[in-house]
Design a protein around this ligand. Structure first.
Ligand code: AHM
Ligand code: MG
Length: 327
């Protein structure tokens, strides 16, 4: 018997029809999925094509080598442009906000085309992460930077594993995998497990002594309740976290022995890393806060590359550390 799975395209088409929505979002998502497939292909053949080198370096043939994250950025821009539905984008790989179809477009896309760069030279998982917001439907467009609560969707591809997670506002968090024909198939709704048995903690434990004292104390008091896992690429770490429950955190670094290495604002980027996972987590029943215990989704970005500390995962655990963070 041939086994047929529902495809992502069919899932999305039905979703839009059920909610009486236009097809614009389908056209946008088709562009995003095409970009992800291309990035995946380049990533898997990176060593062969020598795409894993440093930007500006040269390969054995004396040709200039593009870094994988620059390639991924170009791929995403190409496919987003081709949808003709995107007003502006923010990419981790571009200093400036980029205009695509500034007047005619309908969406804003905030993305990190290849997150987790320290994994690239090992061929280990990285992420293509994105948040999507819509133009002002009432009143003229003011091009303000959207807070996570204004996103209409957010998602991530864990490359090169073929796993894709997409959260749609008020319609849940869904996971798909790539089949033999490279189609994303078999939607599975993700809800954070209530049972604490599988919960895990996920953070760079080597940084513990650099966290603020209250956070170090929280880890001392609570750490032994959980298993620890850390891949070092947010998409991969969050992919596991959202299935098992627990908490991923990247606290502010304020006690570094070399004060120049402190990161009081945190490391991760608000618009295309923290808000993306916070949005997915909310749709899966979880929560996310920053170093002051403020919900990540409520933070109004002042700058498109703004950083934030991040605590994201099961509501119970995040609420618990949020109390400590609020002091
Ligand atoms: P990048 O955008 O430079 O790749 O940094 C983001 C990554 C995240 O994917 C990951 O969660 C974190 O940085 C890991 O940082 P560290 O190596 O300090 O633990
Ligand atoms: Mg990144």
């Amino acid at each position: 018997m041939v086994q047929f799975e529902q495809t992502f395209s069919n899932f999305l088409l039905r979703h839009q029809e059920r909610h009486n929505r236009t097809y614009n979002f389908i056209i946008l998502m088709e562009g995003i999925v095409s970009a992800a497939k291309k990035i995946e292909l380049y990533y898997r053949t990176g060593a062969l094509k020598e795409n894993l080198g440093l930007a500006g370096g040269t390969n054995v043939h004396g040709e200039s080598v593009m870094q994988m994250d620059e390639i991924a950025h170009d791929i995403v821009i190409h496919y987003l442009k081709s949808t003709e539905r995107v007003k502006q984008v923010v990419s981790e790989e571009s200093d400036d906000i980029l205009d695509l179809h500034k007047d005619a477009g309908r969406y804003f896309v905030y993305f990190d085309p290849l997150d987790g760069s320290s994994n690239v030279s090992h061929g280990l998982p990285v992420g293509f992460m994105f948040g999507i917001a819509k133009k002002n439907l009432e009143g003229p467009e003011d091009f303000h930077l959207r807070a996570g609560r204004e996103y209409i969707a957010a998602g991530m591809f864990v490359i090169p594993t073929g796993m894709f997670t997409l959260a749609l506002r008020d319609a849940g968090c869904w996971r798909f995998h790539s089949d033999e024909a490279m189609d994303y198939v078999k939607p599975v709704r993700i809800t954070l497990p209530e049972d604490p048995k599988k919960w895990e903690l996920c953070f760079n434990a080597g940084n513990t002594h650099t966290f603020k004292d209250d956070v170090q104390r929280w880890i001392d008091d609570n750490g032994s309740k959980y298993s620890f896992r850390y891949l070092g690429a947010l998409a991969g770490d969050f992919h596991r976290l959202i299935s098992n429950g627990g908490m991923f955190m990247y606290p502010a670094i304020v006690n570094h022995p070399d004060p120049k290495k402190n990161r009081p604002q945190g490391k991760l980027r608000l618009m295309y890393e923290a808000s993306v996972v916070a949005f997915m987590c909310r749709e899966a029943g979880g929560h996310a806060v920053d170093e002051t215990g403020t919900p990540i989704l409520d933070i109004e970005p002042k700058n498109h590359h703004q950083r934030t500390a991040l605590y994201v995962g099961s509501k119970q655990v995040v609420d618990n550390i949020a109390q400590t963070l609020r002091g």
